[in-house]
Every structure is written in C-alpha cells, then in structure tokens.
Design a protein around this ligand. Structure first.
Ligand code: 2P0
Length: 320
C-alpha cells in the first residue's frame, strides 16, 4: 500500500471462517501463496474486532482480549511485522493495536484469519488508503493466508492465482446463500497446539509423498462444492467437506515427524457422526489443524444433533 501519515484511529470487525475445502501448503511462504484454491464460509458475527491508534512511542503496543502482549512474543512480532507493510515510508510511526475475539474460546477456533482480516481493515482505514475489498484481501493474505477469506461474508473462494507477485491471489465472495446451513462447534481439547498451521503445512509439503495428490483432491473437491452450493445439495456439500478434511489430515499423518492433531475424543466424535449418519441423520464434520470438530448440518437436524452433542455452539452464517 501507498503509506501516508495515518489520519486517526480506526476500528473494524472481521469474521472467522471455516474452510470446506482447505488451504494446506504454500508455493511461496513469503507471500503466503497457496498450492491450492480453497473455499470457506464466514462465521457471521463470530470473529475479531480490532482497533488501531497512532501513539507517541518507540514501538507498538499490542493488546489481545484486554491483555498487553510482551513485545517479543510471537503474536506481537507478527502484528508489528504486518504494520511494517503500511509504514515503509514512516518507520517511526507506532501504534496501539487492541484486538478482541468473540470466538468462544471453548470452540478452540483459530483466530489468525479474523485477526488479520480486522487488522487489515483498520490499518487501511487509519492510513486513509481507500482500497477495495479485493485489494484488502490481498494485503490480509500477507498476514495470514486464511485471512484473505475473512474480508467477505458468506461463501468465499480463495482463488490461488498464477502470478509470482501474488496480485491475483485473493478471495472472492460467492453470490449464493444457504439459509439454515449450520455449523456446530465441538470442543475436544482447547490446549495450545505444539505445531501451528504454518509449520505444519510446511512440514507436510516437505516430507509427505502423499502430499503430491493433495492438489488434485482439493481441485476436485472445490468444483464439487461449487456444484453443491449451486444446487443446495447438502449431502454433496457435507460429504465433500468431510472427505477434504480427512484427506488433509492424511497428508499430515504421512509427514515426518508425524503430525497427528487428533485426540481420542476427536476420533470418538467422528465415530459418533458416522453412527448418526448411518441412522439417517444428515450430519458431517470438518476439522482444521487441531483436535476439534466442526459439525455441518441443516437447521432441521439441529435438535436431534444437540441431543447427542450437548453444549455445542451453533452458528448459522445465512440465518435460519
Ligand atoms: C484452512 N488452515 O483453510 C486451513 C485448514 C488450517 C487447516 O488456513 O501460514 O493460519 O498464516 O498462511 O492461514 C490455517 O493457516 O496459515 C489454515 P498462514 P493460516 O482454514
């Protein structure tokens, strides 16, 4: 971006998103350019609200959920490194960045996507850059790949692009909606994972021969998901999303050292989903780089499913 002096403080919200076709692997790790296109659904009002404010100080102040982060923490360094993109011409500028996540911590959802989405919007506003959502999606991607999808609501596709400079690698919103489509957040374990997505996808790409088939799986899944959304075919949407998530996890398990994010409770929940499906309940799951499951179902199945997963938090991205 063309950095000017920031006009003022600014505050923006960006939703978290759950991928139905996952982003797993980079062709360029500096620019966060993906190996494959991905498709997600944004979580409506669950996400991050971030305020940036220019301050008279030697360095940035980074706050998360009301707690000041030490300046050499991983989180603070990532935030300050991202702000550097905006202050290339004025490296003396410092900011107070205040982020609040309203994602239920119990759900164990990653928040880097919504966090960098909201931070991008706030910085673009504070610097008075007047960029389009597409341009902001490209910038958010530099903070965290999946953040490029959090610039939009509803179904979102991250087009991988072909350029080396990444200017064609950004998200686009799909026009279709799906009232009643529901995502149930199941907490299996909320402790901090030892290998984050960034390191995990790198390891998988470098060490798993099985990874070679991942781009083919993802390309096929993406087009089948587009068809499912076009025709509102829930069984197709759910089955493709579940197979896509398990395929991604297969490449993780085939890495060395192995990456197994599942806990015994994850497997138990998967088996419960398969049993419920065999009994006629239309429920599928997806999983990210962690032990927690995200259930996919339509609102007609909500009551039956809640009986089996008490305490499940439900999000309806397109309303009831
Ligand atoms: C996704 N994940 O599509 C996939 C599925 C995790 C598993 O996008 O290195 O935090 O910042 O670009 O965006 C998480 O990866 O990685 C992610 P970076 P990011 O949702």
């Amino acid at each position: 971006p063309e950095a000017t002096i920031p006009k003022a403080s600014a505050e923006h919200f960006a939703p978290s998103n759950i991928a139905l076709c996952k982003y797993w692997g980079k062709r360029d790790s500096e620019l966060n350019l993906p190996v494959n296109a991905s498709l997600s659904v944004s979580l409506d009002t669950l996400g991050s609200r971030t305020r940036v404010e220019p301050i008279e100080a030697a360095s940035d102040e980074v706050w998360l959920n009301g707690v000041r982060q030490v300046s050499d923490s991983r989180f603070a360094r990532r935030v300050s490194g991202f702000i550097d993109l905006f202050r290339i011409r004025h490296p003396e500028l410092a900011f107070r960045v205040d982020t609040h996540n309203n994602i239920p911590t119990a759900a164990g959802l990653a928040s880097s996507a919504s966090g960098f989405g909201a931070l991008t919007k706030a910085l673009v506003d504070a610097f008075g850059l007047g960029l389009t959502a597409t341009e902001q999606s490209i910038i958010a991607r530099l903070g965290s790949g999946s953040a490029c999808r959090s610039l939009f609501d509803g179904f979102v596709e991250w087009q991988m692009g072909v350029r080396e400079d990444g200017l064609d690698s950004h998200a686009v919103a799909l026009e279709q909606t799906w009232p009643g489509l529901s995502i149930g957040l199941i907490k299996v374990d909320e402790s901090e994972k030892s290998v984050d997505s960034r390191a995990g996808m790198q390891r998988t790409k470098e060490t798993a021969h099985l990874y070679q088939s991942w781009p083919l799986q993802a390309a096929s899944d993406l087009s089948r998901l587009q068809q499912a959304i076009e025709t509102r075919d829930f069984a197709l949407l759910g089955s493709v999303a579940e197979q896509n998530a398990l395929s991604m996890h297969a490449t993780m398990i085939a890495s060395w050292p192995p990456l197994l994010y599942w806990q015994p409770g994850s497997v138990a929940a998967m088996q419960k989903v398969w049993r419920l499906r065999a009994e006629g309940l239309a429920v599928y799951f997806t999983m990210d780089a962690g032990p927690n499951l995200k259930m996919l179902f339509e609102s007609a199945s909500a009551a039956a499913l809640e009986a089996h997963f008490p305490g499940m938090e439900i999000v309806q991205p397109f309303g009831v």
